[in-house]
Design a binder for this molecule. Sequence first.
Ligand code: DWN
Ligand code: SAH
Ligand code: ZN
Length: 407
Amino acid sequence: MSKPCLVCENPIEAFVDYGRMPIANGFLKKEDFPNEYFFRLHAGFCPKCHMVQLLEQPAREQMFHENYAFFSGTSKSMAVHFAGFAEHVLKDFIADSKDPFVVEMGSNDGIMLQNFAAKNIRHLGIEPSANVAKVAVERGIRTLNEFFDEKLARRIVAENGQADAFLAANVTCHIPYIHSIAAGVAILLKPKGVMMFEDPYLGDVIEKTSYDQIYDEHVFVFSLHSVAAAFGRHGLEVVDVEPQTTHGGSMRYILAHKGARPVSERVGALLAKELALGLTKAATFDQFRRNCEKSRDELKALLERCKKEGKRVVGYAATSKSTTVTNYCGITPDLVEFISDTTPIKHGKFSPGVHIPVKPYEDFKARYPDYALLFGWNHAEEIAAKEQDFRKAGGKWILYVPKVHVA
Ligand code: DWN
Ligand code: SAH
Ligand code: ZN
């Protein structure tokens, strides 16, 4: 029996099944292995509104809580990216406002809002994961430790007035109750206010077979078609789109109350491009599944070969994305010795499902492996720049996006 679409309730067509999966950011101690939570990670496509979505997702409290493992500040290049995003908002969207008010959903440790706080701009972060929200508060960033939804939007307006800009990076695609979000945004925004959000883009995921963008938190993989369908029901219109190179290829969508702002010609151009790329056709997703299977088989074979040759392979960056890759491909600790990561909360724990030890970055530096399997491939530029010594020592990278290869 097929499930109803989270956006339009039309029956969804399942196209890929990655099998039994744990919580992507559920790094855990040995004593917690027996209680580990699993669900089935399978995704589908809605032929009516074109939204790509998970068919099952764990409850939000199982993913976002006081021990959330992802701190946005772990990537220096993302801090630079968000400084640029904030600059764009300041210069091009709120400069004319007398007392601008900026709200960010999923503000995490304050990586974006710090740029507004530093300029004494009225701001408010909404962040349900208490530990990362605490970091933001300690940095002087106004943060509510709550999940954003329509109800909270009403409270924010009552307490602060309406907003000039509602920002969201890598969070809108995490939220299954998208209608409550869109309704909330419509309530929250001033008549000329803008919603600006960015998430990994379906076009890039399909083109690069970056199937590791599919995991529990990412309930949606957006295209302009599906975003326009979801938000259009709430009187919001996409007025511009700005492609981003972050997280392996993202799209920033700029929305406003319908008719409030001119629509850029980039919107029509991207809609046409999506049609040409087949992002609205079921056949595209069948091909994607076959590409995933090929990628899985090639990566597993490469790692088996390394093991047979007695080479040391270490994972680089214990990303959420790596949970899909390791569990789908069956990458166990006999193939990957440990995963190096810079986040203290992950150290001494094991990766979800396959239980590869996660160790501090210093362990990677202390004794370089023969191969580093780059789970943080989306940060390849930042990482390559700082790992020149690894290369000089003869170390090689194993990559699986867009194709399985050694570099
Ligand atoms: O959408 C999401 C994005 C924004 O962040 C969230 N659902 C969760 C998270 O996804 P991710 O874990 O795949 O994010 P990243 O940014 O690809 O990876 C971050 C991890 O990589 C951190 O644990 C830190 C680690 N890392 C590292 O060890 N060395 C990162 C860099 C840049 C490094 O040099
Ligand atoms: N914006 C940051 C963080 C992305 S991770 C960045 O791009 O780096 C996703 C964040 O969204 C997590 O911190 C999570 O706790 C938060 N989140 C999840 N559901 C949310 C909701 N309904 N409202 C606000 N934040 C939410
Ligand atoms: Zn639909």
